[in-house]
Design a protein. Structure first.
Lengths: 435, 305
């Protein structure tokens, strides 16, 4: 037990103390922010850098041109003109000083069609902005034309977004309001977390095994402890590294969220920030509240307990597989012949999880959440919706039974593999070593 | 009762037998040479003693008791293919190996300092292993093997990779450890070092013991009754007593004679002394190298027949 602790401590320190670990742990969120921020920043620069576009508006109805308001990006100029035929002439006469011409035809009220002409590119932003403004304006004009007083208020009142709430009955008979969306989101998040964790740190274990083998320290170490202790120490040590890394990321995420939140908070206090956008987002507050309410309504205890159990089981299962397979190769470049099938199984598990999202009680979902190799991912999707106890018990029993069996077999392969040099081992060799 | 007693050990792999009934007895406080060509089964035997592998048959006893997993703390093992964690600091690495062998942290640190001092590696304690030269890494490996002062030491090709100066230092350390009571099992191809340090040897070939005994005994058993004679005269053969041999390629000035079966050295020398002006003579004993090659070759021919 003492030796196991030593091995875990060494494994942990050897990774956490590495510069690359610190760099990756701190750099990853920055990279993430960078990836998210760059397109936004570039788009902003793109808009800011471009000149204001001169757009002529030929309004054959004479009623709607005024609705298009000029801003930094577009300067709308209403033109007194009658027909489409002289639009081209007009454009040419402008001699490049015009970027586009919008023609609002006389029959726009019945057809709802508006044309934009240009020799250059017509940006999607211009199209959507014109569409939004004119749709609203023409709709309002139609309503007004009906001559019914307060029609706008009546329409607003009649507008309904149906809020579907799902209520599940527990066996005890009480009602539990839950939101499928929030539950689905949580399940998906935990499922992806398990998947990513096992894949990332499984590979790390494998590299650590291969490294010990290639630098030939392994024979010295196994003359001081049992190979099984070394393997288990690695699995636990790397697992702790993973949890450390995740913890740092979560803390960073919370800090960033708080900083960002307070930054926006200050923005709201300043008087000139009361823009239409701010008002619009205030309207969305109702939706936000609903999400918060839904999130709170989920019963977390079974999900968290389930997550911990499936996470441990899944990690043990796959990491010992990686350790056993890693011991059979001499150098990392040879490892793919063994890792490919494992990664394939994991991919299947991941896709099964995705497929089961729409119907978490369907037969595929049920079976995949019981089969040990897929259950850690799939059950996390199902868990927030409630899973019958017998399925949970069977699935966990199978998962831990298989995980222990695989660990045992992997240890047998490992014991032989770490001292096997030279000829590349095949799957047939691995089966021989298991005996 | 031998300190390390290996009794009829058998180890089979799929398709071949690595050890076929091997026995040997290592006395306490001696250096014991385990010899044999590549693939003879030396590494397998060493791994069985280290409990890295399990024997299929036979027993290994240490100090009169059947070995268990706990006994590995009494062994220090320097494998032939050895390495270190490149990214670890020298001091931490040695302490880690010591603690794996069951030392307390304080003991391991004290012992590490003592050994680093002894090998002039003090200023390297906080450097990473990868910054050390190959020779220095070998020394660190040696320290890692002996740090817990084990009563039984197993060295597999300890001198490979050492320059002559460091090899000499290592030899001195190994002899010092023996004098302090450690029992040393020494596996090598380097027959010169066997003659220098080993008292007893066992030669393995094709999974079996083909030769065993003290170095002196083995040499006596394998002597060819050859005498190197120093004389200014030219000796004529006397078939009743001896035949002439071509001169030794290295010591050309010596005349080499081979005694006829049944003739003892004294009679031959007396006769020579009467007829020629002898200035000196030595009985030529075979080197361990010659014995090794001869034994392995003859056994191989036997097997082929």
């Amino acid at each position: 037990m003492n030796k196991l602790r030593l091995i875990i401590a060494r494994e942990y320190m050897s990774i956490v103390g590495r510069k690359s670990f610190i760099f990756l742990t701190l750099g990853m969120p920055l990279l993430f922010i960078f990836i998210m921020a760059v397109p936004i920043g570039l788009a902003w620069l793109n808009d800011k850098g471009s000149d204001t576009q001169q757009i002529a508006v030929i309004d054959e109805t004479g009623r709607y041109a005024a609705a298009l308001k000029s801003d930094d990006m577009y300067n709308f100029v209403a033109i007194k003109g009658d027909t489409v035929t002289n639009a081209r002439e007009f454009y040419d006469k402008a001699n490049g000083s015009l970027d586009a011409i919008i023609i609002i035809p006389r029959d726009v009220d019945s057809t709802g069609v508006v044309n934009i002409f240009s020799e250059g590119t017509i940006t999607p932003a211009l199209v959507s902005s014109v569409r939004n403004v004119l749709s609203d304006t023409i709709e309002t004009a139609h309503l007004t034309a009906m001559g019914i007083p307060n029609i706008q208020e009546m329409v607003d009142k009649a507008h309904v977004d149906v809020d579907v709430r799902s209520i599940t009955w527990s066996e005890a008979g009480d009602e539990q309001e839950s939101s499928t969306e929030a539950a689905m989101g949580l399940g998906l998040m935990l499922s992806i977390f398990t998947y990513m964790f096992v894949l990332m740190y499984g590979a790390m274990i494998m590299n650590s095994v291969i490294e010990e083998k290639t630098n030939r320290i392994v024979e010295v170490v196994v003359s001081s402890c049992r190979p099984f202790q070394l393997m288990l120490g690695k699995i636990i040590g790397v697992g702790l590294v993973g949890l450390t890394q995740m913890a740092i990321w979560i803390v960073l995420l919370v800090v960033v969220a708080m900083v960002a939140g307070s930054a926006f908070g200050i923005g709201n206090v300043s008087p000139d920030a009361v823009s239409p956008e701010a008002l619009a987002s205030a309207k969305d507050m109702g939706a936000m509240e609903a999400i918060v309410r839904d999130t709170l309504s989920i019963n977390y205890t079974p999900i968290i307990v389930g997550f911990i159990l499936y996470f441990i089981g899944g990690y043990l299962l796959y990491s010992s597989l990686f350790a056993g397979l890693g011991s059979a190769v001499d150098q990392p470049s040879d490892s793919s012949q063994f890792t490919t099938p494992v990664i394939l199984i994991m991919l299947i598990a991941f896709y099964a999880g995705m497929a089961c999202m729409d119907n978490p009680s369907g037969p595929t979902a049920v079976w995949c959440s019981i089969i040990p190799f897929t259950s850690p991912v799939v059950m996390m999707i199902r868990l927030p919706f409630g899973v019958p106890f017998w399925q949970l018990a069977l699935s966990l029993g199978l998962l831990f039974g298989t995980a222990l069996a695989i660990t045992w077999l992997a240890a047998r392969i490992y014991r032989r593999g770490i001292l096997h040099y030279g000829k590349k081992a095949s799957f047939a060799d691995l089966f021989k070593w298991m005996k | 009762m031998a300190y390390l007693d290996i009794n009829n050990v058998v180890k089979r792999y799929e398709g071949h037998t690595a050890l076929n009934g091997v026995s040997m007895q290592v006395e306490q406080g001696t250096i014991y040479g385990l010899l044999g060509p590549n693939g003879a089964g030396k590494s397998t035997l060493i791994r069985i003693i280290n409990r890295i592998l399990a024997a299929d048959e036979g027993t290994v006893t240490l100090n009169g008791k059947q070995m268990t997993d706990d006994d590995i703390t009494h062994i220090g093992y320097l494998p032939e293919e050895r390495g270190l964690y490149k990214k670890m600091k020298v001091g931490d690495h040695i302490v880690y190996l010591g603690r794996l062998k069951g030392m307390t942290k304080a003991d391991a640190v004290a012992s590490m300092h003592w050994w680093l001092d002894r090998f002039d590696l003090k200023e390297w304690e906080n450097k990473k292993v990868e910054n050390l030269s190959k020779g220095m890494q070998q020394k660190v490996q040696f320290i890692g093997t002996v740090i817990h002062r084990p009563p039984l030491l197993i060295f597999d090709e300890p001198f490979s990779g050492f320059d002559p100066v460091n090899a000499e230092q290592l030899k001195v350390e190994i002899l010092a450890l023996r004098d302090q009571g450690s029992t040393i099992l020494f596996s090598t191809h380097n027959m010169a070092s066997v003659e220098e340090v080993c008292q007893q040897i066992t030669l393995l070939n094709h999974a079996q013991v083909v030769l065993t005994g003290s170095v002196d005994e083995v040499k006596q058993q394998h002597k060819k009754n050859i005498i190197a004679v120093q004389t200014p005269d030219t000796i004529e053969p006397n078939p009743e007593l001896f035949t002439m041999l071509p001169p030794d390629p290295v010591k050309k000035q010596d005349t080499r004679i081979k005694l006829t079966q049944g003739v003892n050295v004294r009679d031959a020398i007396n006769w020579l002394n009467e007829h020629y002006r002898l200035t000196g003579f030595t009985e030529v004993l075979p080197s361990m190298n010659e014995i090794f090659i001869e034994t392995v070759k003859s056994k191989n021919t036997e097997n082929n027949e």
